[in-house]
Design a protein around this ligand. Structure first.
Ligand code: APR
Length: 358
């Protein structure tokens, strides 16, 4: 298969959509940074004024990146742990961009997401963990930096709750979350998967990153397939190849446009409507509202472009599907509560298990 965007002129998001819908694309590799989480309320690192590195004066660091430097952490761990309180996962809802990653997986075209972010919002948005490479680690696990002994998140959080620096029970060394600091190696998983993923990529999407930190920053130039950039500014060498598509602006807007061109906008809006800081939950009103909102947006856009037919709007069937699914959930809830009251206090999982066996 030739990994080329359709058409002969300058490629656009419409040609990317046509390529994505062609059935030839099976391996989209996405490479992201802090910019995909800014609309969730998490500052990126280097944006002027709003970036984290411009707002760390309170930590009195010798230079901004010292907060993530392993040698400095050994001398002054409290600088990192002050920041850790603010960045700790569980307080933020995934963005529309994170939900777009899940839509790519639902459409069967996502091969991998390489993320530099430690906020775990890709996982919370529902992207399967085997499709995620957290190149700069995450808060998911914690280890002693001297003997390597693991510390549970529960124990680490107990130290943090008392504003104490976590120390290893075994050797007394400093413990930190498995975030990759400057001076540390990236996870083996990054190197194990990178070569195969880059070689098999049919399309690379780069978003929300300044591409300043290597080896991650070199990933986009190691591919020969079409590349799309969703970023507030031009970065790396993306835009220099004829097949590159550069969308400067908020990445949420960029993927909304791409989803619209693919006919995936109702799915995207409905999926994002269900996201919360704890995961993806089907809220009836949100989902129905999102479907209606997306359909109305598509009508408005079609009318604005003077198109006659509005038949491409998400067909009534998708709203009906959702109503059927949600009605089934409600019916299950009613039957569960009826059987619980008839059988007295029982573990809800037991009731649900019996239902499942029927
Ligand atoms: N939409 C699109 N792009 C955005 C948005 C947005 N809503 N918000 C910010 N950006 C862009 C910025 O213009 C910038 O180009 O995202 C990029 C963010 O760059 P950085 O702040 O440098 O973040 P990142 O690239 O993830 O940093 C890489 O540096 O310090 C290390 O370990 C840290 O993983 C981090 C690495």
């Amino acid at each position: 298969m030739s990994k080329k965007l359709p058409g002969t002129g300058k490629p656009t998001l419409a040609s990317v959509a046509q390529y994505l819908k062609s059935g030839d694309v099976r391996n989209v590799v996405v490479m992201v940074g802090a910019g995909i989480s800014t609309s969730a309320g998490i500052p990126d690192f280097r944006s002027p004024n709003t970036g984290l590195y411009h707002n760390l004066s309170r930590l009195k660091l010798p230079y901004a990146e010292a907060v993530f430097d392993i040698a400095y952490f050994r001398k002054r761990p409290e600088a990192f742990y002050t920041l850790a309180h603010e960045l700790y996962p569980g307080k933020f809802r995934p963005t529309l961009f994170h939900s777009f990653l899940k839509v790519l997986d639902d459409q069967g075209v996502l091969r991998r997401v390489y993320t530099q972010n430690i906020d775990t919002l890709e996982r919370i948005a529902g992207v399967p963990s085997e499709k995620i490479v957290e190149a700069h680690g995450s808060f998911a696990e914690n280890h002693c930096i001297d003997c390597g002994k693991a510390m549970s998140t529960e124990d680490l959080e107990k130290f943090m709750a008392k504003d104490k620096i976590p120390h290893c029970k075994k050797c007394g060394g400093l413990v930190k979350p498995d975030i990759v600091f400057f001076g540390e190696n990236l996870p083996a998983r990054f190197f194990k998967l990178m070569t195969g993923d880059l070689a098999s990529a049919d399309l690379v999407i780069v978003a929300g990153t300044s591409l300043q930190v290597h080896p991650f920053a070199s990933l986009p130039s190691q591919t020969s397939c079409p590349r799309v950039l969703f970023n507030l500014e031009s970065v790396g060498d993306i835009g220099r190849r004829k097949s590159d598509v550069v969308c400067l602006g908020p990445c949420d807007d960029g993927v909304r446009d791409l989803a619209f061109e693919c006919g995936w906008l109702p799915d995207l809006e409905a999926l994002w409507a269900k996201t919360t800081k704890d995961g993806v939950t089907p809220e009836k009103e949100d989902v129905l509202h999102a479907i209606d909102k997306a359909a109305a947006e598509e009508v408005a856009k079609e009318e604005a472009e003077g198109a006659n037919s509005a038949t491409e709007i998400a067909p009534e069937i998708s709203r009906k599907d959702v109503e059927d699914v949600v009605a089934a959930i409600e019916e299950l809830e009613i039957s569960k509560s009826e059987s619980m009251s008839s059988k007295g206090e029982k573990d809800t999982m037991t009731v649900q298990d019996e239902k499942a066996k029927v």
